[in-house]
Design a protein around this ligand. Structure first.
Ligand code: ATP
Ligand code: MG
Length: 249
């Protein structure tokens, strides 16, 4: 049984399923109403990309996997949209690269924090960070600066899907390696990332996990070569070209 009353053969099945998940997230108190708007914005870009992972995005996803495997302390940041769209997939990725998961909200309320932590536990997470909030990201106002000191505060590599531009910039200023998943290659979040991944989070996260599993046997040197060969400006330009010209070649 599908989770939405739409036949899988429907040409917009994936997109409708995604909308349904976001809607359910709002009903469960996991996703904010602002999250609905962010979703709509993302969908427009995805439509123009042909709703497919471009070769360039796939390459960035492999680089992100290499960064996560090389990290001393990788952390995956989870907001209300991420929790609604791919909670189990985020937990799988955390397992594959031995990362922490931390809930990190733009519109932080205790209620929503707790609902997301519970939701992630229901999807197999043992430990979920974010509730301590005993660390701060310098340069942001009080509520939006909150992180766990032993989570994002201590991380050397952070995966921040759908992060807001301000916080992405502030995290980059802290010297963290930032892996950003965002369908808009012009967004500040994508532009400040060490590795911008211009792809739908629904496709991107399982693909980063697949790359991580495949790279698990690789040496440090091989992983470092993959990281060093990445050109972030070229990745952003490829994504923008694909959107303007309509999908991959
Ligand atoms: P800026 O980064 O330019 O400051 P913003 O972060 O304020 O803009 P929002 O609309 O809050 O803009 O951000 C939502 C972002 O998340 C958009 O760039 C949108 O493309 C992206 N997005 C939404 N849904 C998805 C998704 N499913 N997968 C990947 N990216 C998505
Ligand atoms: Mg943004």
């Amino acid at each position: 049984m599908s989770e939405v009353e739409v036949p899988e053969s429907h040409p917009r099945y994936e997109s409708l399923l995604t909308r349904h998940r976001i809607e359910a997230g709002v009903e469960k108190g996991i996703t904010s109403k602002q999250g609905l708007i962010a979703q709509g914005r993302g969908e427009a870009f995805d439509y123009l990309l042909g709703e497919e992972t471009t070769d360039s995005a796939d390459a960035a996803e492999r680089v992100a996997a290499a960064h996560l495997l090389l990290a001393d302390h990788p952390v995956l940041s989870i907001n209300g949209n991420v929790a609604a769209l791919c909670p189990g997939e985020m937990v799988d990725l955390a397992d594959a690269v031995d990362a922490d998961v931390e809930v990190n909200l733009f519109n932080r309320t205790d209620e929503r924090m707790r609902a997301i932590v519970d939701h992630l536990r229901d999807h197999g997470a043992d430990e979920v960070k974010g509730l301590e909030a005993d660390g701060r990201i310098p340069g942001l106002d009080h509520e939006r600066a909150k992180v766990d000191a032993d989570g994002i505060g201590d991380a050397d590599v952070v995966l921040v899907p759908l992060e807001d531009g301000d916080r992405a910039e502030a995290l980059a200023e802290m010297g963290k390696t930032e892996l950003v998943i965002d369908l808009n290659p012009l967004s500040r979040s994508a532009r400040t990332a060490t590795v911008p991944i211009v792809d739908n989070i629904i496709r991107a996260v399982p693909n980063v996990t697949a790359h991580a599993r495949e790279l698990r046997g690789a040496s440090r040197e091989e992983l470092e070569d993959i990281v060093a060969a990445f050109d972030r400006e070229a990745a952003l330009a490829d994504a923008e070209r694909a959107i303007r010209e309509g999908g991959d070649d």
